[in-house]
Design a protein around this ligand. Structure first.
Ligand SMILES: [Zn+2]
Length: 388
């Protein structure tokens, strides 16, 4: 990466994008630049059609001040949210407005060939519906079900399913795409959306994704924490108890005793036919005592395992998302009860344990956000638009 241009247009764009400063006065206050420098950088962004004058914010009695915003319709973004058994895709504008979307019961175990072939076909169909072409696509954001080396965008190895080892998502899209690719682990992508769109008032958040598997992501001081190799948040393979086999090849992990996999394995052994986490939620909604008992027990295990996470990180919010969370109580209440009764009074004070504020679009919204982050990267924009 080129060195940071601290007086480049990209730095001003960051403030405009986040909403931290959208007028000339606010930008100067944040940046400490001269009026002339700021005027030049804003001109660069306006000329490149990255921002627009969005309105006249009344500065309070005196002259109304111009404000600036991203030019939201200067292109579109593809979002892909791949889960264990379910994948959602969406096309958004450049500020996360979903324009059109689709979903299917296809995921991790079908492998990257099947998932991306399906996604590419659906995107071509959705583009036609919108009257757009592949040339309008500026960025492609993808949440994948395993750790990603963020520096290269390549999935790390080994993955839970070897089909995903070392996958480079770009290889699965037609070569004619010149869009920027942004790829991260599904639960990190979800955490980006929860943090910025769901819980903007909180800087420290733990996000769980409960589906067939159990994903976990940490937002620390406003940023997703990925660890040295992209593997932070490996909560699902913390040891709990027993000899139940786990997807990771070991036994007794949290995922082996309290995940959608564990619940579906148990239900199938009792004669049910469960394939996806959505199947479990459907059973819970019709009040099956079998599934309620299993969800309650799983919630207690997850809540107990979260006690150490909360003790170590002291988050303000624990967000419980993912398809399985749509089952509501008793899963949610048993997670909350086990967690709050297990944590020390200090970490439990003011701790919020809540479902997602965004719901089932969180993954595609997060994927749109990581694509925007790549597209509007400050250094990239500074170099791209620089006139002097
Ligand atoms: Zn495991």
């Amino acid at each position: 990466m080129a060195h940071v241009m601290s007086t480049g247009s990209g730095v001003a764009l960051d403030l405009i994008r986040s909403g931290a400063a959208t007028t000339r006065a606010a930008l100067i206050e944040h940046l400490g630049w001269s009026r002339i420098t700021l005027a030049r950088r804003l001109d660069e962004l306006l000329t490149a059609e990255i921002i627009v004058v969005s309105g006249q914010a009344d500065s309070g009695g005196g002259r109304p001040a111009e404000s600036f915003a991203i030019k939201r319709d200067a292109g579109i973004l593809f979002s892909v949210d791949i889960g264990g058994s379910h994948t959602r895709v969406a096309i958004t504008d450049l500020v996360s407005t979903i324009l059109i979307e689709d979903e299917a019961d296809i995921g991790l175990w079908e492998g990257p060939d099947a998932v991306f072939t399906w996604a590419s076909q659906v995107f071509d169909y959705l583009l036609r519906q919108l009257g757009k072409t592949r040339g309008d696509v500026r960025g492609i954001g993808v949440g994948v079900p395993g750790p990603v080396d963020v520096a290269t965008g390549r999935l790390a190895s080994p993955q839970i399913d070897a089909q995903w080892n070392d996958v480079l998502v770009k290889d699965y899209f037609p070569a004619e795409f010149t869009a920027i690719f942004a790829v991260d682990r599904d639960v990190n992508v979800m955490a980006v959306a929860e943090s910025r769109l769901g819980w903007p008032e909180s800087r420290d958040i733990v996000v769980l994704k409960l589906g067939l598997g159990i994903g976990c992501s940490f937002v620390l001081d406003g940023r997703v924490y990925r660890g040295a190799r992209g593997g932070a948040g490996d909560f699902s393979h913390s040891f709990r108890f027993g000899a139940a086999p786990c997807t990771c090849g070991r036994a007794g992990c949290l995922e082996a005793v309290a995940s959608g996999y564990a619940i579906s394995r148990e239900l199938n052994s009792r004669g049910y036919r469960i394939r996806t986490s959505g199947d479990i939620v459907a059973l819970a909604r019709v009040g099956s005592p079998d599934v309620e008992g299993l969800l309650s027990a799983a919630g207690a295990e997850i809540g107990t395992a979260l006690v150490d996470v909360v003790g170590l990180l002291n988050p303000a919010v624990v967000v419980i998302g993912g398809i399985l969370s749509e089952a509501g109580d008793p899963l949610m209440s048993s997670i909350r009860d086990a967690l709050l009764s297990g944590v020390r009074a200090f970490s439990g004070t003011g701790l919020v344990v809540a479902p997602s504020r965004i719901g089932n679009k969180v993954g595609v919204l997060g994927a749109s956000l990581i694509a925007q982050d790549a597209l509007f990267d400050a250094d990239r924009i500074s170099h791209l638009t620089r006139t002097v």
